[in-house]
Design a protein around this ligand. Structure first.
Ligand code: AMP
Length: 485
């Protein structure tokens, strides 16, 4: 099957050809015709399946088929995404596929100045791609006319729920016209997603292109058991001996990401970190350098990495396993995208055996273990609670045991701890918003209006304190380990 049978116009076909795509991916085959028909869609698609084109292409087609009201341009398509990176990526896709059409689009997210965004909205724009927090800020303070929205897309809806955006989404939904098309994309069809979908979608077409909770099939996965204190050494060795040129490395915390970046740099391996404490400018710059092969290693936390799309990214390393098994699937989904093969390596220390067990249970398969002689773990080192995680640490958020049981009653704990975890990111942008919006002091009324942001900032402050405490504990632990060895 080729793209020509899917009902797309010549301009879109030309743009697709420019991209070098010859065959639509399974999600594209299924989603494009029904979206063009105007139906609501509930789609479970793994990351890297080509889902972005699966909704942007037919939306552009629909825009060309329906006619806007006369007068100033109004928002006709609204796409909500959990992170700024994903918003930017969707916007990029719209620009790429719509390059022979004349629709205007803009991105709205926190961490950058609000005034240019307001100005663009006021001027009039056809397509808005936004993260819920900033969009709600603008909508509640300045007012946005959503009455002309024909199609609403919730991309990576599962992540938006995990990140605690549900209330923002509900508030935004009240502002949307009742008569509209709604598309909901999610990596998994959890109970929570089904619940959200039932309130938003009307008689949706269900599309599921991959089995629930499966990992990208083209990705070869391997685990190396190694002592925590020797992970950095092993990572440097793998990068150097295997001559990895472009590696995305995941750590659990922002502090861990910074520390590892510094250590890699010291070992002569170019690296940069991206996480919620970095300004949007720094994140964009780091990602651009990584994409351009100017730096070899990008060290990222889970939330920051969400939405990163790098063609043919060959290596992903789990320097630390995630507390939540779903995050493993998202992490390794960064490689092996759209039919390319990739490699995901996990460095697992004794503290993380339970997390590994939970991941294997979640993905319903055992990950290959490869023993590296020179890094045989010291059997005298005993497992210790994971101190430096958010939500999975046994001292916070109910413990990793509870945190990692999908589908059980404990998933509530998981979500709660996740919210805690992710509100840090949400508040990252809130605090960053404050910095950038700080040019104009907020009135008292505005302050009380943005109560949510304040709560977010307070959580952020607490998390920052915990991060510092974690750093101290981590230092102490590594000293103890060295002494024991
Ligand atoms: P996504 O799942 O939307 O993040 O897309 C993953 C990657 O697949 C992106 O880099 C797209 O450029 C690429 N892609 C999307 N559709 C196709 C296609 N039909 N053929 C080849 N690559 C594609």
């Amino acid at each position: 099957m080729s793209f020509t049978n899917l009902g797309l116009n010549e301009s879109l076909l030309k743009a697709i050809k420019d991209q070098g795509y010859t065959t639509p991916t399974p999600i594209q085959k299924q989603a494009i015709p029904v979206v063009i028909e105007g139906k609501d869609v509930l789609a479970a698609a793994q990351t890297g399946t080509g889902k972005t084109a699966g909704f942007t292409l037919p939306l552009l087609e629909r825009l060309s088929e329906t006619h806007p009201k006369m007068g100033k341009k109004q928002i006709r398509v609204l796409v909500l995404t959990p992170t700024r990176e994903l918003a930017a990526q969707v916007a990029e896709s719209i620009k790429t596929y719509g390059k022979y059409m004349k629709y205007s689009s803009t991105v709205i997210y926190g961490g950058v100045g609000i005034y240019p965004q307001l100005a663009t909205i006021k001027k009039g724009v056809d397509i808005v791609i936004a993260t819920p927090g900033r969009l709600l800020d603008i909508a509640s303070q300045q007012g946005i006319d959503f009455s002309a929205v024909e199609t609403l897309v919730l991309d990576e809806a599962d992540r938006m729920l995990d990140m605690g955006f549900i209330h923002d989404i509900k508030k935004l939904m009240k502002m949307m016209p009742k008569q509209r098309q709604t598309l909901l994309f999610s990596a998994t069809f959890s109970k929570e997603i089904k619940q959200l979908a039932s309130g938003l979608l009307r008689d949706p077409v269900l599309i599921e292109v991959a089995r629930e909770n499966t990992t990208a099939e083209q990705v070869s996965q391997v685990v190396h058991f190694v002592d925590k204190s020797r992970k950095r050494e092993l990572l440097s060795q793998l990068i150097k001996t295997k001559d990895w040129r472009q590696v995305l490395v995941f750590t659990r915390t922002k502090h861990g990401a910074n520390k590892l970046t510094k250590q890699l740099e010291e070992a002569g391996i170019s690296a940069a970190a991206i996480h919620g404490n970095k300004s949007q400018g720094a994140r964009t710059k780091a990602l651009a350098s990584f994409k351009a092969n100017e730096i070899r290693v990008l060290v990222a936390t889970d939330i920051a990495a969400r939405g990163i799309d790098i063609d043919q990214l060959p290596h992903v390393v789990n320097y630390e396993l995630p507390n939540v098994p779903e995050d493993y699937v998202h992490r390794i989904g960064r490689t092996g995208r759209a039919g390319q093969s990739g490699e995901a390596v996990s460095l697992v220390c004794v503290d993380e055996h339970k997390l590994l067990f939970d991941i294997e249970k979640f993905i319903k398969s055992e990950i290959k273990k490869v023993h590296i002689e020179a890094f045989t773990p010291d059997p005298n080192i005993k497992a210790e609670p994971i101190q430096n995680g958010r939500g999975g640490g046994q001292k916070r958020g109910g413990g990793s045991r509870n945190a990692s049981k999908p589908g059980s009653g404990n998933s509530r704990n998981r979500n709660r701890s996740n919210n805690k975890n992710n509100s840090s990111n949400k508040s990252d942008s809130s605090s960053e918003n404050k910095k950038t919006e700080g040019q104009k002091p907020q009135s008292r009324k505005e302050k009380s209006n943005s109560q949510a942001s304040q709560i977010g900032s307070r959580i952020q402050e607490k998390l920052d304190k915990l991060d510092k405490r974690d750093a101290k504990i981590e230092n102490k632990n590594s000293k103890n380990n060295t002494r024991r060895r």
